[in-house]
Write a protein that binds this ligand. Structure first.
Ligand SMILES: [Zn+2]
Length: 295
């Protein structure tokens, strides 16, 4: 979600297809471009991109069921479900849906995808609070009093903390708390294997120091100084074992463009410097922001 995104809630439309009850679509400056359909593609081994043009959703598959990461916008849910099915996987086999951060552009589609699959939703404690209440709090740098930005409510959310490993069959995904962009920001890691080699995959949460209104990352008496914890999150992502980074906004690393270069001999997603470069960019933005706050 961009800082200047202007929200207009439009009349809910009846969705055709697999996601029956549609949540209220979000209309923001970038939403139409972000929600353009994308043909799903393999990233590595059992890891697939099933998201839309500007918002990631990732499917990690196994014989014992699948794990989906994020749901993009409410109106992305039918596209994500269709992508999963078009790869030959069944929505009913999606057993877990993990969230990066509880903003409407990454979590907005989760409620509909949960209804379509029956999956359990998993998030950080702070993220779970937003998902279950449908609203973020004043501790969110992008909190807006007017209009309050809603996330389609999710009924039941399982909470994870730093280092927790979420398991499903042979799948094991680790939660890394990376607060800053939101208080509950979570980066997820796992390994995917292909042709006898295994790769460290990082689903990197947003580390961008965007804020709405008068929010200060350095605190203002009502909200705490989160500068140090934000910097620690950036350092944490930079230091992760990382062969392949999948950012929550695929455009950040040109993920979709790279997909065109994928062949059986060459995997353009492999980039051992990807996480460090991603973190470096975020670090620069945060440093600039902190300098301006500190005057
Ligand atoms: Zn966000």
């Amino acid at each position: 979600m961009t800082r200047l995104a202007k929200l207009l809630v439009v009349v809910a439309m009846t969705a055709a297809g697999m996601v029956q009850a549609q949540d209220v679509p979000v209309n923001c400056d970038n939403c139409k471009a972000w929600n353009a359909p994308v043909k799903p593609f393999n990233i590595v081994g059992n890891t697939w991109y099933v998201g839309v043009a500007g918002l990631s959703a990732v499917l990690v598959t196994s014989e014992g069921g699948h794990i989906l990461l994020d749901g993009a916008l409410p109106q992305s849910a039918p596209l994500i479900a269709a992508n999963i099915e078009s790869l030959g996987f069944s929505m009913k086999d999606v057993k877990l849906i993990l969230n990066s951060h509880a903003h409407w552009d990454h979590a907005g589609g989760i409620a509909a995808l949960q209804r379509a699959s029956g999956a359990t939703v998993v998030a950080s404690a702070s993220g779970a609070q937003v998902l279950q209440s449908g609203t973020n709090g004043r501790d969110d740098p992008q909190y807006q009093a007017k209009p309050v930005v809603h996330v389609a409510k999710v009924d039941k959310v399982t909470v994870v903390k730093e280092g927790d490993v979420v398991k499903l069959g042979q799948l094991a995904l680790t939660a890394h708390m990376t607060p800053g962009h939101t208080p509950g920001g979570t980066t997820w890691t796992w390994t995917s294997c292909e042709d006898g080699r295994c790769y460290n995959v990082v689903y990197a949460d947003s580390l961008n120091a965007y804020a709405s209104g008068n929010f200060r990352f350095t605190g203002d008496g009502k909200t705490p100084d989160i500068a140090a914890s934000f910097q620690a999150s950036i350092a944490k992502v930079a230091a992760l074992p990382c062969d392949i980074i999948i950012p929550v906004h695929p455009g950040t690393t040109g993920l979709l463009e790279k997909a065109t270069g994928r062949t059986s001999e060459h995997n353009p997603f492999i980039d051992k410097n990807g996480c460090r470069a991603y973190a470096d960019e975020a670090g620069k933005l945060l440093a600039k922001r902190l300098a301006s706050e500190r005057g």
